[in-house]
Design a protein around this ligand. Structure first.
Ligand code: URA
Length: 236
């Protein structure tokens, strides 16, 4: 079974700094298997019976939060002036080192994972793993079958960058579903720019086979288990 330093376990699982964890442990605030443990450097089995300030620990190596990102909030961990998606994560789900997996523009809404698992984030973002992201796009003009063809062939952006093949599905005259498996800067907006349309609204509805739950309001989030998060890597 996995062992970790006692201060690291307390800091990550109860969302406090390592320094504060050490001070609290020294003061006798943490127990291991029913007894106070003041040795913050002790190597401890992560699945032991641990409490901190009387609260029992349910050890999770990483945390995965699914947020319905609202407009006007930055996809970042922190910012001096602006509110970020991590600021919106409720206190009890927050952890040091959390970050959003990929970036949605400030005015984009919808599906966003926030985690502290770097390996997972890399796999979800890297085009190599071909995880498709699906967006609902409202445009300022009419969609055509030629545009569907152009997206399927791979759009070349104004600066010469070639995009991978994308799926464009016409839902109504000016609303489309677009699926891409890469995340270039402002990619959807720039792809539509090439075919002469502007984006009025952009919402991400799913990543891989995992879709934003219907009842999840903008700004709200839910925690996903390691089993639930794996659905992202299932074909959709
Ligand atoms: N493409 C964009 O243009 N913006 C986003 O936020 C996501 C994809």
């Amino acid at each position: 079974m996995k062992q970790e330093r006692f201060d690291k376990i307390i800091a990550t699982q109860f969302n406090i700094s390592r320094k504060d964890a050490r001070i609290a442990i020294r003061r006798g605030k943490a127990t291991l298997d029913g007894k106070v443990l003041r040795d913050f450097g002790a190597l401890v089995n992560v699945e032991s019976d641990i409490t901190f300030n009387g609260q029992a620990l349910n050890y999770k190596k990483y945390i995965y939060i699914l947020m319905n990102k609202p407009k006007g909030v930055l996809s970042a961990s922190s910012d001096k002036n602006k509110q970020t998606v991590v600021d919106l994560v409720p206190e009890h789900l927050r952890r040091q080192g959390m970050f959003p997996v990929g970036r949605l523009d400030k005015d984009t809404t919808g599906f966003l994972i926030i985690t502290d698992d770097g390996e997972f984030a890399h796999k979800a973002i890297s085009p190599k793993y071909e995880v498709y992201k699906s967006y609902i796009v409202t445009l300022d003009g009419s969609l055509t079958d030629e545009m569907v063809k152009a997206f399927a062939e791979g759009i070349v952006l104004a600066d010469g960058t070639r995009c991978r093949k994308a799926e464009l599905e016409i839902i109504s005259d000016n609303i489309a579903r677009v699926k891409i498996c890469e995340g270039k800067y402002h990619q959807i907006k720039r792809m539509f720019g090439v075919v002469g349309l502007g984006v009025n609204e952009l919402k991400r509805e799913s990543v891989g086979a995992l879709t934003l739950p219907k009842g999840l309001e903008e700004g709200a989030c839910i925690e996903l288990s390691t089993e639930e998060i794996k659905v992202i890597f299932t074909d959709c």
